[in-house]
Design a protein around this ligand. Structure first.
Ligand SMILES: [Zn+2]
Length: 155
């Protein structure tokens, strides 16, 4: 399916992602990764506003929806590649996400969502390791995001 408004490499919408402080660069920064879509989605959440002190409930609800989308993409690929270790990480991510209830308790949900995102990161790295590719480090892409510190966990 061709969508002219999406990045041909990582499938991200070709517009600034205000939640993540992401500005569309001239060339996709995920060009050299093996799983550009997964890494791009991961980082948009990793650097997302929902994890910061300034987050409002709607930021957390939007992030919850994006996290669900990312998780189902990862699950799909992990199943196709058949990597048991990554499958375990996906299950742990699902369990963590199931603990979150952003409609009722947005702020209490953040820690469960953080955990889910971390397990998703493990799963992505299992996929990369299987192909002997470089592991994914969000810090390598930090320059493309407006990183506003501090994160909640630093306080
Ligand atoms: Zn891209």
């Amino acid at each position: 399916m061709e969508n002219p408004f999406r990045c041909p490499v990582c499938n991200a919408l070709m517009e600034e992602d205000k939640d993540a402080g992401f500005k569309v660069p001239p060339q996709c920064p995920y060009l050299k990764t093996l799983y550009p879509e997964l890494c791009s989605l991961h980082d948009k959440l990793y650097f997302g506003k929902w994890r910061k002190m300034v987050a409002v409930p709607n930021d957390i609800k939007r992030a919850y929806a994006k996290l669900g989308q990312l998780l189902s993409r990862v699950e799909e690929i992990v199943r196709k590649e058949n990597i048991p270790q990554a499958g375990q990480d996906v299950r742990k991510a699902c369990d963590a996400l199931a603990m979150a209830n952003p409609d009722e308790e947005p702020y209490a949900s953040v820690k469960h969502m953080d955990q889910a995102l971390s397990y998703v990161h493990h799963a992505i790295n299992e996929l990369l390791q299987e192909k002997q590719a470089k592991l994914h480090s969000p810090a390598d892409y930090e320059m493309h995001y407006d990183v506003v510190l501090p994160f909640k966990e630093d306080l």
